[in-house]
Design a protein around this ligand. Structure first.
Ligand code: URP
Ligand code: ZN
Ligand code: ZN
Length: 462
């Protein structure tokens, strides 16, 4: 099957030009200013952007958390991702306490198989470090799981002490993997949470007030120092505080292999959302929390000057009007499941706020949402660019159309949208995943289960 995408504005991390893209089977065959070829299907992309499909390097589909599960599974979540212009994601498998890494990988493989509509890889969340786990880290890297997430937060759940973190980092360094770090000082946060609850402060806003920016900045500083000593690249996930960004910037200026992502919620929402009436603040309970609006410009600056290398979603939805969702914390903010939806809205929100808002160029937008995640997580150049030989994961994006975001029309399986009513410029129109058109004319035209597991490269393969 040959598909010709005609007369679009092709945008990569480095170039912008009008041209044609010929897709042959699953990959890009050729690119030219005017290709004179026969194809089975021709798509007129004039007036549209032709971009590499978005890569979301941080999602939690079908994830157990606090006695419940995130509400999107690999079918609903990946279809929603595709509607929003994302063609590849890296989700987090979770090692059970006392369980093996292989068990966790197999569990998450079976969650995705038969369901995922786009290609996917996995990071591995470690909950402990033992000699056996260390040995298994090398084995799972061979299977393409080449990054490990560690937590400095959530004592008793995901938290690891500094000694265990350091050992896991050393092993990750040895096997060519990258460390993803949830950087918040969980022990201090737990003290603040206990004190707040003792005072009767139970509303959602206390989630934010008990997780101060300093707790993120201190942990970010410590994570980077530990990684530097262990000689392993560290990628700070879901960075929200300008104070934490300053730590990443300082480390990068010293030449440390420190990377970081932020997420749309930290660019477009703020602490003010926790002050919404009634229990509505629970919609925004996530960790780290939303921060002061006045500090958002510093995150944009980080994105502009490459102190932040990626924009991911941390998509982890829980329904609002649901006793198994956000309502679990009706009387106690610490019981509200942490996380919010965003897998579908990332590309449009960041195009609107970034490119239309003149904060980043269209090439930087592609770089942050696709190319850099592919490079950092061992998927480039198969994913993350438009080039001959790359997978034909291509999004045809209308830069002039508008979308009023709403839970009534989104495709994520969650009963609210944190951006309800926001009107954004820039809409995904057509999506190809490995050459197959999976979104067209507002419909999903793919099949659940067509998505493939991605064996990612380690630094030793580079
Ligand atoms: O609140 C969040 N971020 N939930 C998802 C789990 C995590 O820490 O990334
Ligand atoms: Zn996290
Ligand atoms: Zn997360």
């Amino acid at each position: 099957m040959k598909t010709l995408i005609k007369s679009g504005t092709i945008v990569t991390a480095t170039d912008t030009y009008v041209g044609d893209v010929l897709v042959d089977g699953e990959t890009i065959h050729s690119i030219g200013t005017s290709l004179d070829v026969q194809a089975d299907k021709t798509i007129d992309a004039s007036g549209k952007l032709v971009i590499p499909g978005g890569i979301d390097a941080h999602t939690h589909l079908d994830m157990p958390f606090g006695g419940t599960f995130s509400s999107d599974d690999f079918e609903t979540g990946t279809i929603a991702a595709a509607f929003g212009g994302t063609t590849c994601l890296v989700d987090f498998a979770i090692q059970e306490q006392g369980g093996t890494i292989r068990q966790a990988w197999e569990t998450w493989m079976s969650k995705a198989e038969g369901k995922a509509a786009i290609d996917y890889g996995f990071h591995m969340i470690l909950r402990e470090y033992t000699e056996d786990i260390g040995r298994e880290m090398g084995e799972i890297v061979e299977e393409g799981v080449t990054s490990f997430k560690l937590f400095m937060a959530y004592p008793g759940v995901f938290y690891m002490d500094d000694g265990s973190i350091f050992r896991a980092m050393q092993t990750a360094g040895d096997v060519g993997a990258t460390i993803c770090m949830h950087a918040e000082n969980g022990l201090v946060i737990d003290v603040l949470v206990e004190q707040a609850l003792k005072r009767g402060n139970t509303e959602p806003k206390y989630h934010a007030l008990t997780r101060p920016p300093k707790a993120e900045a201190e942990a970010t500083h410590r994570a980077i120092c530990l990684a530097e000593m262990a000689d392993v690249p560290v990628y700070i996930v879901h960075l929200s505080a300008a104070e934490a960004l300053a730590e990443v910037t300082a480390a990068r200026d010293r030449g440390v292999a420190a990377f970081a992502e932020t997420c749309p919620q930290y660019l477009f929402l703020s602490y003010d959302n926790y002050e919404e009436p009634g229990f509505d603040g629970a919609k925004y309970v996530m960790s780290p929390p939303l921060r002061d609006k006045a500090k958002q410009d510093q995150l944009w600056r980080g994105l502009q000057y490459n102190d932040l290398q990626a924009i991911s979603t941390d998509h982890c939805p829980f329904c609002f009007n649901d006793n198994e969702g956000k309502l679990l914390g009706r009387d106690d903010f610490s019981k509200i499941p942490n996380g919010a939806p965003g897998i579908e809205t990332r590309m449009s929100l960041t195009y609107d706020g970034g490119v239309v808002g003149k904060r980043i160029s269209v090439n930087r937008w592609v770089e942050l949402t696709s190319t850099q995640p592919a490079k950092i997580f061992g998927l480039f150049p198969k994913k993350g660019t438009i080039a001959p030989g790359s997978d034909a994961d291509i999004v045809i994006f209308d830069p002039d159309d508008f979308w009023e975001i709403s839970a009534e029309t989104h495709h994520m399986r969650v009963d609210y949208n944190p951006y309800e009513g926001r009107r954004v410029q820039g809409v995904t129109k057509t999506v190809l995943s490995r050459g197959e058109v999976i979104i067209e004319n507002g419909n999903f035209t793919g099949t659940p289960g067509r998505g493939r597991y991605l064996k990612r490269k380690s630094r030793h393969d580079a």
